[in-house]
Every structure is written in structure tokens, then in C-alpha cells.
Write a protein of this length. Structure first.
Length: 155
């Protein structure tokens, strides 16, 4: 799922080009990341997306296939220019204006357009919503074959 539009295909009722690969795979790594906001800027349907994705994977994967969900990194303004990681979790969240997140007042006209405030690109939103994966997965038949790879500073 490398882009937001793959999510639409993932949840659609029709066949998708990668379904045969999904059925044969014994290790599946996925991440929805920052691009999800293109589909749902306020993340109101994220829990449903997780539930429906897990349902589809339960039906479409080998019974022993391992599923890994990699959380999204917590970026910050000009992180591409940084010479070293931020020193600690608090610094990462402070660089974005704190731990709280609220949907933006208005959506940008194109995907890469910055938003108001220190969290220009909604870096907090995925990190705060991706915690939905572990409890939902552990409540399904996928529990023993699901792993959350947390790379996000949300603990």
C-alpha cells in the first residue's frame, strides 16, 4: 500500500492487481502513513479502515502468513535538513506543537501544501491514530500472526 489510493482499492469489493501476491505471501509488511489524510483529513473513518483491512487480510492471506504493520515516523519541520535525530520523545512532540492533534481547519489545495502551525504536514495524525491496529488485530483470528513495528515515539 504505497499510496492513499491503494487504500480505496484495498477496501473496494472488486479484485486488485496485487491480490494474487497477497494470497501467496508469507510475510506482509504495510504502512498507511501520512498519505491517508488525502482520503480522510480528520481521520474519522480510520478505525473502520483498520477493521475492514484486517477482515480482508483474514480472508485473503495464507493461514500462516505473518502481518507487520509499521507505524509512521514522527516528522518535524525541516527534518530533512537535520544532521541527527531529535534527542528524545519530548523534543519530537514539542517540535510539532505538543502531543495534541486536531483536524486542520481547511484542507490544502494539493497534497504537499503546508498547513498552519508547527505541524505543517500533519505528522502527528498518523502516529496518534495508528495505535488502533494492535488492539483490533489482537481481537481477531490474526492475533498470533500480527506484529506492530512502532517507529513513532507514541508510547
Amino acid at each position: 500500500m504505497r499510496c492513499a489510493f491503494a487504500k480505496v482499492r484495498l477496501l473496494g469489493s472488486g479484485a486488485v492487481w496485487w491480490e494474487p501476491l497477497l494470497r501467496r505471501a508469507d510475510l506482509i509488511a504495510m504502512n498507511f502513513g501520512h498519505h491517508y489524510r488525502v482520503l480522510d483529513a480528520n481521520y474519522s473513518a480510520y478505525a473502520r479502515l483498520v477493521r475492514e483491512t484486517l477482515t480482508r487480510f483474514a480472508k485473503s492471506t495464507q493461514p500462516n502468513a505473518q502481518l507487520i504493520f509499521r507505524s509512521s515516523n514522527l516528522g518535524h519541520a525541516r527534518c530533512d535538513e537535520a544532521h541527527a535525530p531529535l534527542p528524545n520523545v519530548q523534543s519530537a512532540w514539542d517540535a510539532l506543537g505538543g502531543f495534541q492533534w486536531r483536524p486542520p481547519r481547511e484542507s490544502p489545495t494539493y497534497f504537499g501544501e503546508p498547513r498552519d502551525g508547527p505541524d505543517h504536514y500533519d505528522w502527528r495524525a498518523p502516529s496518534l491514530h495508528e495505535r488502533e491496529w494492535a488492539p483490533q488485530a489482537t481481537a481477531t483470528a490474526l492475533a498470533k500472526r500480527f506484529t506492530l513495528l512502532n517507529v513513532s515515539h507514541v508510547d
